[in-house]
Write a protein that binds this ligand. Structure first.
Ligand code: HPA
Ligand code: MG
Length: 218
């Protein structure tokens, strides 16, 4: 893929100080920096929406991967709708929501979807746009695509807000990417750490204290 198709962030060389943004008090001590301010996210999502509509060839089934994809999905759909009021190209949308469970321990590489068999059969002949928050190793997405293709959709494309530069990557690259990020654990804009930080607007890097504070307690 053309490397200019996304914004390449290198946190090693640049991160915004928390002091320069409004951060909820309850998360202030758990974060090390702001990686992507909310306003920049929104501007980038607006552009992705425009490109997606321009490249669409017919009605789209926009498929939100829960829970992390929900904020990107909501803003992306809103910007696609705005394209209509601005007199741009329009495309009919239908919306779908899925939870994906992958069984990392299994060699079969199967994923289980929250949709019923009947709901999956509705994908036949449709143009699907999967909306995901982040591609990390790429494993879940490759498994999800394999599964969806069994239902004979006309096309399947993937929009991911983030792609992580990690040595564990299987090389999968989505059709639409907002930002390429360094190999750090990020939270906010619906990305979580043990279900916390979804209520944070900016995408931030969690610190060691935050990982301890919000660790799973048994
Ligand atoms: N943050 C949140 N969720 C994730 C990440 C991350 O960095 N990588 C994979 N899932
Ligand atoms: Mg996700």
């Amino acid at each position: 893929m053309d490397q200019t198709k996304w914004i390449d962030l290198d946190t090693e060389s640049f991160q915004y100080s928390l002091d320069h943004f409004v951060i909820p008090d309850h998360y202030e001590d758990a974060l090390s920096s702001v990686l992507i301010p909310h306003g920049v996210i929104m501007d980038r999502v607006e552009k992705l929406a425009k490109v997606i509509v321009q490249e669409s060839t017919g009605p789209l089934v926009v498929c939100c991967v829960l829970k992390g994809g929900h904020q990107f999905f909501a803003d992306l759909v809103n910007y696609i709708k705005k394209n209509v009021t601005r007199g741009g190209k329009t495309v009919p949308l239908s919306l779908e929501f899925i939870k994906v469970k992958s069984y990392s321990g299994e060699t079969s590489g199967e994923v289980k979807l929250s949709l019923t068999e009947e709901e999956c059969k509705d994908f036949a002949g449709k143009n699907i746009l999967i909306v995901e928050d982040i591609i990390d190793t790429g494993k879940t997405m490759v498994q999800l695509l394999t599964k969806l293709k069994q239902y004979s959709p006309e096309s399947v494309k993937v929009a991911s807000l983030l792609i992580k530069k990690t040595p564990l990557s299987n090389g999968y690259i989505p059709d639409y990417v907002g930002f390429s990020i360094p190999n750090a654990f990020v939270v906010g804009y619906a990305l979580d750490y043990n279900e916390y930080f979804r209520d944070l607007d900016h995408i931030c890097v969690i610190n060691d204290h935050g990982k301890q504070k919000y660790a799973v307690k048994n």
